[in-house]
Design a binder for this molecule. Structure first.
Ligand code: DGL
Length: 269
């Protein structure tokens, strides 16, 4: 029988986006310890070249696995998962990885008009992984991929300072709204974990109502289903839930933000 694993889940993102995943995870897996890692020194991931980012992530994970040996790893980032999940599983076969990929399948199943948009970082829009999902699950739909340069940063600013530039949010999402042959886009997939934090502003500035779909809850459910096949040690009550930032800059704002999510900002790694 396999050795029991540490009762900890490491959630990884380029910034604060994975906190939207953490929120869901806590609801359905409350007994685990959470280690949140933001590679903020490299934010935004959406702008990186694939090879360089893959190398960076592979090195980061070597350090994180050695230091924390988590029971499970959730890549709470579409840009990172669509690039690196297969590779990381190969390089670290003893780890259990849960990825985050654009919710194209549920969108294709739910759309009435057949017009679906995927709002994501430029990196996720470029990925073959994303195009394969469309081919596999949404070949009967008209899928528009919209790469947003600034929305993840707008979400970072909002979460850190409370300020949101609504006009800029509107501009970033504008291309998602398509009218064609008397039909309109009825679903927009939020394919970046930063975006759910801006969903109210997206809703408010949209030219017509649509369904905004994200994957946070589905990821948490996937983690639960994997966890049910594993054995975990009892959680060590002395170890708190923590947040690590690769920049090692944990400002007052950041500390306040992560405390709101039940984490303590501490030194990386
Ligand atoms: N949160 C990340 C995602 O889900 C992207 C943000 C970035 O560009 O770093 O895609």
């Amino acid at each position: 029988m396999a050795e029991p694993r540490n009762a900890s889940i490491l959630i990884f993102d380029s910034g604060i986006g994975g906190l939207s995943v953490l929120k869901e995870m806590r609801i359905i897996l409350p007994s685990m310890r959470y280690i949140y890692v933001a590679d903020d020194a490299a934010f935004p991931y959406g702008a990186w070249e694939e090879q360089e980012l893959l190398e960076r992530m592979t090195k980061l994970f070597a350090a994180l696995i050695e230091r924390h040996n988590p029971g499970m790893i959730v890549i709470g980032c579409n840009t990172a998962s669509t690039l690196a999940i297969h590779h990381l599983r190969k390089v670290y076969p003893d780890q259990i990885f849960v990825g985050t990929v654009p919710a194209i399948k549920p969108a294709a199943e739910r759309t009435h008009s057949g017009l679906v948009s995927v709002l994501a970082t430029p990196g996720t829009v470029r990925r073959q992984y994303t195009r394969d999902l469309i081919k596999q699950y949404a070949s009967k739909c008209h899928v528009r991929l919209v790469g947003s340069e600034n929305l993840a940063q707008l979400a970072e600013t909002y979460m850190r300072t409370g300020f949101v530039d609504e006009a800029a949010v509107k501009t970033e999402a504008e291309l998602c709204f398509v009218e064609q042959d008397g039909k309109r886009t009825d679903i927009v997939v939020l394919a970046c974990t930063h975006y759910p934090f801006l969903v109210n502003r997206l809703r408010k500035t949209a030219p017509w109502p649509v369904d905004w779909i994200d994957t946070c809850e589905a990821i948490a459910r996937r983690a639960v289903s994997l966890a049910s096949d594993l054995t975990f040690k009892p959680r060590d009550a002395a170890l708190p839930d923590i947040a690590l930032f690769t920049s090692n800059q944990v400002s007052k704002e950041i500390q306040r933000l992560v405390v709101g999510f039940g984490l303590i900002g501490t030194a990386y790694p």
